[in-house]
Ligand binder design. Structure first.
Ligand code: NAP
Length: 232
């Protein structure tokens, strides 16, 4: 049985990915900001390398070396560009981009040693065309797409694939919070989505489940949009 780590695994997309990988027969540990009752849920802020390394040490002790990493921890932010305080800009880049840096660096030794690994980074469909008032988030997620492609080239020879899944509108606490704050009209989004529905966390989990499978070994450096046909 392979061991997987899912960041942001306490909520929304990360939670659905963790559940799906478990159903597919993997040992799955989650990393998130807040503790839960789940014995395989570990608490760490992905922007803090010390916390990430400590959690990974505990995960390895419990589940063995990490073969699969899905980076789903994320932080949205809405503000006109000229009004973004630099601290806020940095935090958004830190969680969405630097968190991926820390988690990937922390698990790579296990994957290199095994000669096998799967990494999936959850970016965002907003990277296709940009999104007003989300410049920090879109900048960070676009960098994640670029990082994904570079890592695929660097680590392909080690048997490690690295892909990104940029979700469209997915019904999660993050999306509903944006709706409540007036930054998103869900009904309007559904009407402009070719498949005419909002995405479910399970839609993203299904794509991740395929990308981390043995049979997806010839797919790397790809940005697999899961967005109901809309690209913004
Ligand atoms: P969510 O329900 O808010 O889940 C994100 C999880 O990440 C939360 O449990 C959150 O904890 C955790 N998290 C945030 N900052 C963290 C940190 N520094 N360290 C560890 N964990 C942290 O959101 P979601 O919609 O499932 O989003 C999952 C991913 O998909 C994110 O990367 C998001 O940007 C991306 N995405 C989502 C959509 C969408 O429509 N939902 C669209 C495009 C991309 P707290 O709740 O305690 O902050």
């Amino acid at each position: 049985m392979k061991s997987a780590v899912v960041t942001g695994g306490a909520s929304g997309i990360g939670l659905a990915v963790a559940q799906r990988l478990r159903a597919d027969g993997m040992h799955v540990a989650t990393l998130d900001l807040n503790p839960t009752d789940d014995e395989f849920a570990f608490t760490a802020d992905v922007t803090d390398r010390g916390q990430v390394d400590e959690a990974l040490g505990a995960i390895r002790a419990k589940l063995g070396p990490v073969a699969v990493l899905v980076n789903a921890a994320g932080l949205e932010s809405f503000k006109r560009f000229s009004e973004i305080e630099f601290d806020r800009w940095q935090r958004v880049i830190d969680v969405n981009l630097n968190g991926v840096f820390h988690c990937v660096q922390a698990v790579l030794p296990d994957m290199i040693e095994a000669g096998w690994g799967r990494i999936v980074n959850i970016s965002s469909s907003s990277t296709h065309s940009g999104q007003p008032f989300m410049s920090a988030y879109v900048a960070a997620k676009s960098a994640v797409n670029g990082l994904t492609k570079s890592l695929a080239l660097e680590y392909g020879p080690h048997g490690i694939t690295v892909n990104a899944v940029p979700p469209g509108f997915i019904d999660t606490p993050m999306l509903r919070k944006s709706e409540e704050r007036g930054y998103l009209a869900v009904q309007q989004s559904i009407e402009s989505t070719p498949v005419r529905r909002i995405g479910r966390p399970e839609d993203i989990a299904a794509a991740c489940a395929f990308l981390v499978s043995e049979e997806a070994g010839y797919i790397t450096g790809q940005i697999l949009g899961v967005n109901g046909g809309r690209n913004t």
